[in-house]
Design a binder for this molecule. Structure first.
Ligand code: NAG
Ligand code: NAG
Ligand code: NAG
Ligand code: NAG
Length: 483
């Protein structure tokens, strides 16, 4: 059999896989490339990998024989049954202490299951979030590995070596046990949905309320990208806004306004509901995509349902500043909610998450990379026990500065009939979170009235009371029915 020359094997030679391999090679690691369609391996070796130290294999067995111990095998294959199928193929060739890494977009519950099953065979399993698209994979992705803790020291040099860097710090650290890495990647994607929708809402308001051209909007985004909103998504939006089709007109205006989705935003929203956490902004961003995709229905409705006439009287420059503040404040709310969700999930799954480390992993390399994440990292560095980002001094003051403009923007969107679900849910969340008293006393009274669900008194929490609200009715108790 072959000499064990390779530091790591990589299965799946689609673009992401190829680019990660080339990235690893650049950083001095010897990679063994494998793809189920073996011609793909030969083509890769003869073309993209020509002149490198990359080796190939034509079978799983050959691939394993080329690996140094403990063996490290990374899969970048389609999430779902393909991952289980490859694990089944690999296991007979592996021994205790060898490591399987799933770098695909797997659901964290699958990763928890796989981790447990492989643990029984003494094989270490890592589920790693990989973000940054094709370019990130090639020149520095954000990597979010979690799983069997014993695997970390064996993959750390490779992972931190190839990851994006902010200054000298790699955008990759150990996230936590079993499904933690894929969970954090899922929340990253959910936040990405929110960031994108927020940008779309500001674009819509500029276009509709201020009647700005795409080129003018592009200039505004370019300006915003120089300050606290400096981020990859604002940067690409600046380019997209001014991009011209071959006929010289703006391509953006020709693109059908029906958004697609692959599911990670939805999973985040589902997890938020499961955890009972008010992650309202990501939820709205998923629903906004759903509404957009009802294009045919909207075309019909647009001819029948009336709204207000758009009118803007005011200082345009001042309003644009308000809009920027609204976007910034809403973004703070979205990340606050995302970290609330991770904290709650960590409790359930017993993960010891390092929140500052997560902010740093997202600071560079990935789609939501931004200067802003550096501030989140600082907040958690200052106080490891920070329960809520809004309570950090920096963010408290940022929201304080932003909130008047934010309220004006949401009010203007409402009066002009421009939908702004994320900007406005963020504001509602803020107003709910900052209130000592919400109207839920009435909900409790209603529940007790019709279902005897009982309520607590402010003066004595923990003690449950039932009132005979009507003075008639039979012997109902809180267990009678659940409404
Ligand atoms: C093999 O390579 C193709 C790209 O040519 C990719 O689509 C596929 O997922 C790879 N499959 C596996 C499992 O190696
Ligand atoms: C919006 O801007 C366009 C292009 O500058 C102009 O032709 C149009 O009259 C404007 N519409 C309104 C309502 O101001
Ligand atoms: C954080 O909480 C832990 C455990 O509750 C405590 O031991 C530690 O002192 C706290 N640290 C800070 C900086 O408040
Ligand atoms: C509510 O009050 C009426 C009138 O006093 C009484 O007949 C009824 O049994 C009470 N119901 C309960 C659930 O206590």
């Amino acid at each position: 059999m072959a000499e064990p020359v390779a530091d790591i094997a990589l299965i799946g030679l689609a673009v992401m896989g190829q680019n990660i391999i080339l990235n690893m090679n650049d950083h001095g690691f010897v990679v063994c490339a494998y793809n189920r369609t073996v011609e793909k391996v030969d083509r890769f070796l003869a073309n993209e990998a020509k002149g490198t130290k990359i080796v190939g294999a034509h079978s799983v067995k050959e691939m394993i024989s080329k690996l140094k111990k403990p063996r490290r095998v990374m899969m970048l294959v389609k999430a779902g049954s393909a991952v289980d199928a490859f694990i089944d193929q690999l296991v007979p060739h592996l021994e205790a202490g060898d490591i399987i890494i799933d770098g695909g977009n797997s659901e964290y519950l699958d990763t928890i299951r796989r981790c447990k099953a492989l643990d029984e065979k003494k094989i270490l399993f890592v589920g790693s979030g990989v973000s940054g698209g094709e370019d990130g994979a090639r020149y520095g992705p954000s990597l979010m590995p979690g799983g069997s803790p014993a695997a970390w020291s064996h993959i750390k040099p490779i992972f931190q070596g190839i990851a994006a860097k902010v200054g000298s710090e790699p955008c990759c650290d150990w996230v936590g046990e079993n499904g933690a890495g894929h969970y954090v990647k899922m929340v990253h994607n959910g936040i990405e949905y929110g960031d994108m929708q927020l940008i779309c809402e500001t674009y819509h308001i500029m276009k509709t309320v201020l009647n700005m051209s795409n080129d003018e909007i592009s200039e505004v985004f370019a300006e915003w990208n120089k300050g606290e909103l400096d981020s990859f998504l604002i940067e690409i939006t600046t380019d997209i806004m001014k991009f011209r089709d071959t006929d010289g007109t703006h391509l953006l205006d020709k693109i059908r306004d029906a958004a697609g989705q692959k599911g990670t935003g939805k999973w985040t929203a589902i997890s938020a509901l499961d955890q009972g956490m008010p992650v309202t902004l990501i939820g709205e961003s998923v629903f906004a995509r759903c509404l957009s995709s009802l294009k045919d229905e909207r075309v019909i409705a647009s001819k029948q349902l009336a709204g207000p006439t758009v009118s803007f009287q005011g200082d345009r420059k001042a309003f644009l500043e308000d809009l920027k503040q609204a976007l910034y404040a809403s973004k703070i709310i979205s990340y606050t909610q995302g970290f609330m969700l991770m904290r709650e999930a960590a409790k359930q799954f017993k993960w010891n998450l390092n929140y500052g480390g997560i902010a740093l992993m997202w600071r560079g390399g990935c789609i939501i990379r931004s200067v802003f994440l550096g501030k989140i990292k600082e907040a958690f560095d200052k106080n490891h026990n920070l329960t809520n980002l809004l309570l950090d001094d920096f963010f408290k003051q940022a929201i304080q500065r932003a909130q008047d403009g934010w309220r004006r923007v949401v009010a203007s969107a409402v009066t002009n009939g421009v939908p702004a679900p994320c900007l406005s849910t963020a504001l509602s969340f803020y107003d709910g979170y900052r209130l000592e008293k919400l109207p839920a006393n009435l909900i409790q009274a209603q529940r007790d009235y019709f279902g005897a669900h009982t309520y607590e008194l402010l003066s004595n929490p923990g003690e449950f009371h039932h009132t005979n609200w009507t003075g008639h009715g039979g012997q109902i108790s809180s267990s009678s029915y659940n409404a």
